[in-house]
Design a binder for this molecule. Structure first.
Ligand code: FAD
Length: 343
């Protein structure tokens, strides 16, 4: 199958480090595949703080996280890396010898991807949506309860109960206006982690009677036959309980992350972080790592350091694949014509 073709470099993680690594792989003429467990590019920037400004990335006095991701994606994908989103890498094995070099098979729920080298840019691990603490949580997923909103039109005319106090919950409270027939939003405490402008927007909508926002309320139970039909919500201060009739329950509680299977690969780890040397090599030949996932003396978990580390990782991977290739990539400013963004 074409999509299963062997790549020179497979980058696990499409956060800022992985995206910049894909750019570097392209600049070095290496074929590249990017795999991420999330449905979108950008890692922590997209999942945790898309609307926050970043002030410490070179060249940008300040930039919104989502705009940095947009630029990184444009830069990274000009060399046509094969991008596989919503696919967690759940296993790694040596597949076969390929001209004397090790060949890796990376397992995902969609099948195996073959690669000559691996660059781990998995950050703080694969993200998955934080769950409501209910025993029957799994039973309701997809049956009126959704831990992400892909198409708001799916909630047309529905009575929606939104749970959460971060950017996703607030953004969807706004974006479901005029789509859902009613929106009740609850959060277990008073403080919110969302962008102030969106909080203000939601407060205005509440004042206009277009939705309701309640703090200190949590979901206690979900009711229904085949699908969600109601929920019991509980005020954690007053202990008051109320049954609300709903068509959809959308918990948007942020994400939890976990190194997952990568912890079982035989990599040298320190406190769930992958130990690398100054070439960004791990203890396993052909596997490199960069970004938040790595540790070494003096490591700083910053976007800027991830960029530098992944450039080193990719250049060493290229050199490993072809020892005749120069380690130093040359200066991009001397490579006009190579880049889609030129001119
Ligand atoms: C609220 C907040 C604000 C921040 N502000 C700043 C700032 O101002 N400046 C700054 O420099 N840094 C900031 N940071 C830190 C910065 O976001 C991280 O240093 C950066 O995201 C690390 O990038 P990364 O690509 O290494 O990892 P990540 O961004 O964590 O991306 C890793 C990706 O790998 C994927 N992944 C992991 N395991 C697997 C697997 N097994 N299979 C498939 N995919 C996998 C994950 O889904 C994720 O998308 C902030 C962090 C937070 C939480």
């Amino acid at each position: 199958m074409a999509e299963r073709d062997i790549r020179d470099i497979t980058i696990v993680g499409a956060g800022p480090t992985g995206l910049f690594g894909a750019f570097y792989a392209g600049m070095r003429g290496a074929s590249c595949r990017l795999i991420d467990a999330l449905p979108e590019l950008g890692g922590q920037l997209t999942a945790l703080y898309p609307e926050k400004y970043i002030y410490d990335v070179g060249g940008f006095p300040r930039i919104l996280a989502k705009d940095l991701v947009k630029g990184l994606a444009q830069q990274a994908l000009q060399f046509k890396a094969d991008v596989r989103l919503a696919q967690e890498v759940v296993g790694m094995r040596r597949a076969a010898d390929d001209g004397g070099l090790p060949l890796f098979a990376l397992a995902t729920p969609e099948g195996d991807y073959l690669s000559r080298t691996i660059v781990l840019a998995g950050g703080i691990g694969a993200f998955s949506p934080r769950r409501l603490p209910l025993d029957d949580y799994d039973a309701w997923l997809g049956r009126g309860m959704y831990d992400k909103v892909i198409d708001p039109k799916a909630f047309a005319g529905q009575r929606v109960l939104l749970v959460g106090g971060g950017d996703s919950a607030f953004d969807w409270a706004v974006n479901l206006q005029g789509v859902a027939s009613s929106v009740l939003m609850i959060h277990r405490r008073e403080g919110f982690r969302a962008h102030q402008a969106t909080i203000d927007q939601v407060r205005r909508l509440c004042a206009e009677g277009k939705m309701e926002l309640r703090t200190f309320w949590e979901v206690k139970a979900i009711h229904g036959d085949d699908r969600v039909a109601a929920a019991t919500i509980r005020n954690n201060k007053t202990k008051e309980e109320e049954r609300v009739e709903i068509d959809a329950l959308i918990p948007l509680l942020g994400f939890v992350s976990n190194l997952g299977d990568i912890a079982n690969w035989g990599l040298r780890l320190e406190k769930e972080e992958v130990v690398v040397n100054q070439l960004m090599e791990t203890n396993l030949e052909g596997i490199y790592a960069a970004g938040d996932i790595v540790t070494y003396p003096g490591k700083l978990k910053l976007i800027a350091t991830g960029f530098g580390e992944v450039a080193i990782a990719v250049n060493n991977a290229v050199h490993h694949l072809n020892p005749a290739a120069k380690l130093f990539p040359g200066h991009s400013s001397n490579m006009e014509g190579l880049f889609a963004t030129t001119g």
